[in-house]
Design a protein around this ligand. Structure first.
Ligand SMILES: C=C1C[C@]23C[C@@]1(O)CC[C@H]2[C@@]12CC[C@H](O)[C@@](C)(C(=O)O1)[C@H]2[C@@H]3C(=O)O
Ligand SMILES: O=C(O)CCC(=O)C(=O)O
Ligand SMILES: [Fe+2]
Length: 324
């Protein structure tokens, strides 16, 4: 990546933050254990975030994709830029979205639809990985529906499995930042990917063993998530928060970059078809419970989300004002 001049690097720092008073354990879900259903629902309610082991995704698919990603990001900028800019799919570098967000990251945004066209080295590799991760995401969504006694059990998963599902796949590379090393001692943190919630239903993240991911806790403090390349990290997206009428929380998260080590992450964002109405599931609503949200389609939400800055409260303008 190109070196940054001194004043420019200033916009890459995150504001100083408080550390959590109590550091909670990240919920750990063993997908091979049927009793995990209960923990799964609790994790979605308490954190909107959890770690999954015994996930059934073949390590061959993971390793192949990671090694192709490492090769791609190691190629000359002129080669990578042939795949950019991301409009909406393609290679991006330091600039995230269209509204002025920056981060110490380069990435590839890809369509997660089967049979999509990818840069040649990713052809085949991405399909195997995405298909497998999508199966895991659907299993999780079905376990959640079971535990919440929602019928049919595919109420959520059918949206990802729909041919028209608007799902996205992203590979992020956070290179070491030499200019940052001198600031590391001062306790300042460099933004890799600024704080945000994911707009879709569910996100499935896998990274190499370099730290950087942080989640926001209820008290507003940030907690660093210890990396684990053998596991997956799942987060609830805004759409699932709405479909559960706020029972599940879409977690605010961010990535801070590292002075010395590269982080490579790959994330599948499972989204519904564009025409899908996103609203609390009627079977979930108890008694006189009101919907906390105005009605909208995924197309409308996505349009509004993609006109927002990363840290904006995107759901805010879709919340109903409920008279007390
Ligand atoms: C600043 C932005 C980048 C983003 C679109 C947005 O306007 C706000 C949401 C961002 C996000 C976060 C989760 C995913 O990484 C992503 C692909 C998505 O669906 O919403 C990104 C968008 C992006 O990078 O274009
Ligand atoms: O790269 C990561 O580890 C997380 C990035 C992220 O949150 C995103 O791409 O939406
Ligand atoms: Fe995210």
């Amino acid at each position: 990546m190109v070196a940054l001049s001194k004043p420019l690097i200033e916009q890459f720092f995150v504001k100083p933050n408080t550390s959590p008073l109590i550091i909670p354990d990240i919920p750990l879900i063993d997908l091979s254990k049927p009793e995990s259903k209960h923990h799964l629902v609790k994790a979605c309610q308490d954190f909107g975030f959890f770690k999954v082991v015994n996930h059934g995704v073949d390590s061959k698919f993971i390793n192949k994709l990671e090694s192709e990603a490492v090769k791609f990001f190691a190629s000359p900028l002129s080669v990578k830029e042939k795949f950019g800019p991301p409009d909406p799919f393609g290679y991006g570098n330091k600039s995230i979205g269209r509204n002025g967000d920056v981060g110490w990251v380069e990435y590839l945004l890809l369509n997660a639809k089967p049979e999509s066209e990818y840069p040649e080295i990713f052809q085949g590799v991405v399909n195997d990985y995405v298909t497998s991760v999508k199966t895991m995401a659907c299993e999780i969504l079905e376990l959640l529906a079971d535990e919440m006694k929602l019928q049919p059990r595919n109420v959520f998963s059918k949206l990802l499995l729909d041919e028209q599902s608007d799902s996205v796949f992203r590979v992020n590379h956070y290179p070491p930042c030499p200019e940052f090393q001198e600031n590391e001692k001062s306790g300042r943190k460099l933004v890799g990917f600024g704080e945000h919630t994911d707009p879709q239903i569910i996100s499935v993240l896998r990274s190499n063993n370099t730290s950087g991911l942080e989640i926001s806790l209820r008290d507003g403090s940030w907690m660093s998530v210890p990396p684990d390349s053998e596991s997956f990290f799942i987060n609830v997206g805004d759409s699932l928060q709405v479909m559960t009428n706020g029972r599940f929380k879409s977690v605010k998260h961010r990535v801070v970059a590292n002075g010395t080590k590269s982080r490579v992450s790959m994330i599948y964002f499972g989204g519904p078809p564009l025409s899908e109405k996103i609203a609390p599931l009627p079977s979930l609503m108890q008694g006189e419970e009101d919907s906390l949200y105005k009605e909208f389609t995924w197309f409308e939400y996505k349009k509004s989300a993609f006109n927002s800055r990363l840290s904006d409260n995107r759901l805010g303008s879709f919340e109903k004002i409920i008279a007390s």
